[in-house]
Design a protein around this ligand. Structure first.
Ligand code: PBG
Ligand code: ZN
Length: 324
């Protein structure tokens, strides 16, 4: 006697009944890149389908996103002005603040997450203030300006703040700052496990944030380290993070599962630019069934234990879900 597993795969209805993991439009956050100007919509060559957009174009995009049932975005800004300390993003009239206000005015229930970092705003392209002694990012000075940036986002009307610079103590710093300034109800999504990854390449094209020297290995994590990932994540939870994250996603699903088993908090994965580019270009070259591979990849994130998926595919996924 042997067990007949195929009994439960006989037809689609039965297969759907026993399906363990599902995808919904509610699972997704869609990244948007805002740039100064009017009527600017520039496609990123390494990421077909992803654009740098001026605020007026971002508003059109938000209208479409809401129409297809995609209600959450994560915003990145590409400023005209860059300097050594990223002053642009510390101003209430910064491009990201103006974008948040413009979106909230037209689409008050669009959920806006803001990426909080300095690499898009510094002329050297690193994620904070440089320590002249080490030529690496100065942790505690960067915490101070991160608190200021968080308040700019909060006052503009952001719904959730996601610090991505990997400075130690960032979560407790932001929680304290937000609480002391009347933003007790503003959640923080920690980029709690962010690896120093080659998969960020195309993002740095679109965000114009490639470091002018060196790399990010003194603040982002070593891709070889599993215990360190769990350790950092649990520390962010202790410091008061509301949602945790693993980034990149595809090559790190073991970490997603480990963290899922260690915490009760919601867990997000960031399906990053290089992952998008690989599947997109393979699809455009006719090498794979693009939509099928995209959906398989998204289900893999959920199956590994993620509740929330940040993905450049999010718009296409919602369009596919609407068709079915
Ligand atoms: C900024 C930031 C990066 C990404 C998100 N926030 C780039 C980096 O750390 O170099 C990567 C996103 C992607 O590759 O899609 N710190
Ligand atoms: Zn950064």
């Amino acid at each position: 006697m042997f067990k007949r597993f195929r009994r439960l795969r006989l037809n689609e209805t039965l297969r759907n009944l026993v399906q363990e993991t599902t995808l919904s439009k509610n699972d997704f956050i869609y990244p948007l890149f805002v740039k100064e100007g009017k009527a600017v919509k520039v496609e990123v060559s390494s990421m077909p389908g992803v654009f740098q957009m001026s605020i007026d174009e971002i508003l059109k995009e938000c209208e479409y996103l809401q129409k297809i049932g995609l209600n959450s975005i994560i915003l990145f800004a590409i400023p005209d002005l860059k300097d050594s300390v990223g002053s642009e993003c510390l101003d209430d009239e910064s491009i990201i603040a103006r974008t948040i206000k413009a979106i909230k005015e037209k689409f008050p229930n669009m959920f806006i997450v803001t990426d909080l970092c300095f690499c898009e705003y510094t002329d050297h392209g690193h994620c904070g203030i440089l320590d002249p002694k080490t030529q690496s990012v100065h942790n505690d000075k960067t915490l101070e300006i991160s608190a200021l940036q968080a308040l700019v986002h909060a006052r503009a009307g952001a719904d959730m703040i996601a610090p991505s610079g990997m400075m130690d103590g960032i979560i407790s710093t932001l929680r304290k700052t937000l609480d002391e300034n009347g933003f007790q109800d503003l959640p923080i999504m920690a980029y709690s496990t962010k690896f120093a990854s080659g998969y960020y390449g195309p993002f740095r094209d679109v965000a114009e944030s490639t470091p002018s020297f060196g790399d990010r290995r003194t603040y982002q994590m070593d891709v070889a380290n599993r215990l360190e990932a769990i350790n950092e994540t649990l520390e962010d939870e202790k410091e008061g993070a509301d949602i945790l994250m693993v980034k990149p996603a595809l090559a790190f699903l073991d970490i997603v599962r480990d963290i899922r088993n260690e915490t009760k908090l919601p867990l997000c994965v960031y399906n990053v630019s290089g992952e998008y580019a690989m599947i997109k270009h393979a699809g455009l070259a006719g090498l794979i069934d693009y939509e099928r591979v995209v959906m398989e990849t998204m289900i893999a994130f959920k199956r590994a234990g993620a509740n929330i998926i940040i993905s450049y595919h999010a718009k296409e996924v919602c369009e596919i879900l609407n068709r079915n």
